[in-house]
Unconditional design. Structure first.
Length: 500
């Protein structure tokens, strides 16, 4: 549905004449049972009336629906329609709105839309309905952005989060705290007018309390982004391992479908394959990669480079190895080369059906003299295993046993994938930030508020404190759209579809 918008269109947003009446197809293009054309603006009802055979729409109450015909310039009926009437300000955009439900034929919809344009409407820009809703105070900017997210949501959790944000989400809280902060900013600025008299209108300890409160809210929101991002965009998950380790088999087992080509010949998964696995409403974007191994030919060189690139981007990495073929020292060397900060690593000991006596714990203590030499290709690793959890770190790689071919432990692996990204304490009811723009504004607001606190502690003059508060206010205002620029609006609404 997303349409490619030329950059100059996006830039032109705020320069648009927002007083005109706009029209656009509000349903997906193509054939359907019905197709809806939406109009918004002062003349929305008047324009429809000019081609409408039926009641006088202007005289109808808001939020009512009327049957009639659309009549072409030649006097012929184009379609039988239902017109929903919404009168300003009680509409999505805050303006007069008409929604004309036609039969869903692309021919009819084009004809009807052309008639409206002839009668004085102009074609809406992408996102212009929602932009108008924002400009008329029907929603703040973060709510408007949530409309796009809501439409794009493909899972229950991403839908829930977008819906909550559209209905106000954390903007209420930010708005309230921002207003309290504005109150303090004005008191401090008032002090500046009385500089010679050395008075203090703004109670410094109250201000400090408020700023600390706002900080803790902001930090909570910043922390929620990791989860928000997971919910909205899914988790890039890479399955990596040596050729023939069972990566494709594992991918198929997870997806329960024969998607990737499974083959006995080493190195056959030449390119990367991406599939989506939904676990409890979270989308894992599974990437099966060409094997990690010295590439034998040119095509494989590309495959292996791609593997490393995918590994770098992954939030979750499942390293698979064949318990018979790949020896402990080789596994540990692979793990060392793959481990990366910020990536959760799951080590899957595969083909356990071929060697049920294999002990995954050996990977943690490779120097244990009890491990038979057979399990080492060369020598026992001289240093501690990279899989041993570091005393200072809480997270350590998950170690699990599998038989990808028989489906053994696949449900358990799914549980591990889920718990690697969603920790127990996460509450999906609490406000969650899903938008990078909000995250950046929150981070900058937090920095400015740090400056305010530092200033108060060091007893700097009021004008500096006032300046830092103003800066924090501006960043918080950016989230709500109380401080917005043409570029920002163009950027946000330009990503919408036409008709939204
Ligand atoms: P890839 O190169 O890592 O993608 O490996 P494949 O998934 O193509 O698997 C290579 C071979 O190992 C195939 O013949 C699979 O049937 C076999 N294989 C994969 N998983 C298992 C397993 O758990 N047990 C056994 N016995 N064979 C497996």
């Amino acid at each position: 549905m997303q349409q490619n918008i030329r950059p100059e269109t996006a830039m032109n947003y705020a320069k648009n004449d927002l007083t005109g009446t706009i029209a656009a197809l509000a349903t997906p293009p193509g054939t359907g049972a019905i197709g809806i054309i939406r109009l918004s603006g002062d003349d929305a009802l008047l324009i429809v009336q000019q081609v409408f055979g039926g009641k006088n729409l202007m005289q109808q109450a808001s939020h009512t629906v009327h049957f009639g015909t659309i009549i072409g310039d030649d006097g012929q009926i184009v379609d039988e329609v239902l017109v929903a009437v919404f009168k300003a300000p009680r509409s999505y955009t805050g303006e007069n709105v008409a929604e004309v439900s036609c039969h869903g034929s692309p021919y009819i919809l084009r004809q009807v839309l052309e008639l409206f344009i002839k009668k004085g409407a102009r074609l809406a820009q992408p996102g212009e309905f929602t932009l108008r809703a924002f400009l008329h105070g029907k929603m703040d900017l973060s709510q408007a952005e949530a409309v796009a997210d809501l439409i794009a949501a493909t899972t229950k959790s991403s839908h829930d989060v977008a819906l909550r944000q559209m209905r106000g989400g954390f903007s209420h809280e930010i708005k309230k705290l921002r207003e309290e902060l504005i109150h303090f900013a004005s008191l401090i600025e008032l002090e500046l007018d009385f500089a010679e008299e050395d008075v203090e209108f703004a109670d410094r300890s109250e201000l400090k309390k408020l700023v600390t409160n706002i900080q803790s809210l902001i930090h909570g929101l910043i922390r929620s982004f990791r989860l928000g991002n997971v919910i909205k965009n899914g988790v890039p998950t890479v399955i990596a391992g040596r050729p023939n380790a069972g990566k494709s088999t594992l991918l198929n087992a997870l997806l329960n479908e024969e998607r990737a080509i499974v083959s006995e010949i080493a190195g056959t998964t030449r390119d990367t394959i991406e599939e989506v696995l939904n676990i409890n409403g979270v989308e894992f974007r599974l990437i099966d990669t060409a094997g990690i191994r010295e590439a034998q030919d040119q095509i494989e060189v590309i495959g292996v480079e791609k593997t490393m690139e995918k590994v770098r981007q992954a939030a979750l990495l499942v390293y698979v190895f064949d318990v018979v073929e790949t020896k402990i020292d080789e596994v540990l060397a692979d793990v060392e080369s793959l481990q990366k900060e910020g990536t959760h690593l799951i080590v899957a000991c595969n083909k356990m059906d071929n060697l049920p006596s294999y002990k995954p714990e050996w990977l943690l203590n490779p120097n244990d003299p009890g491990i038979p030499d057979f399990f080492f290709a060369n020598e026992r690793p001289p240093h501690p295993s990279p899989l041993t959890p570091h005393p200072s770190s809480l997270s350590h790689p998950y170690l699990i046993t599998l038989s990808a071919k028989n489906g053994m432990n696949i449900p358990y692996l799914k549980e591990k994938l889920y718990s690697a990204v969603i920790s127990e304490q996460v509450n999906l009811e609490s406000p969650i930030v899903t938008n990078v723009r909000h995250l950046e504004a929150l981070q900058k607001a937090a920095e400015s508020l740090d400056d305010v606190l530092r200033g108060l502690d060091e007893g700097v003059t009021s004008d500096f404190v006032a300046m830092d508060i103003r800066r924090a206010l501006a960043f918080l205002g950016e989230i709500l759209g109380e401080v917005s620029t043409e570029d920002l609006l163009g950027n946000i609404f330009g990503k919408f579809c036409i008709g939204k």
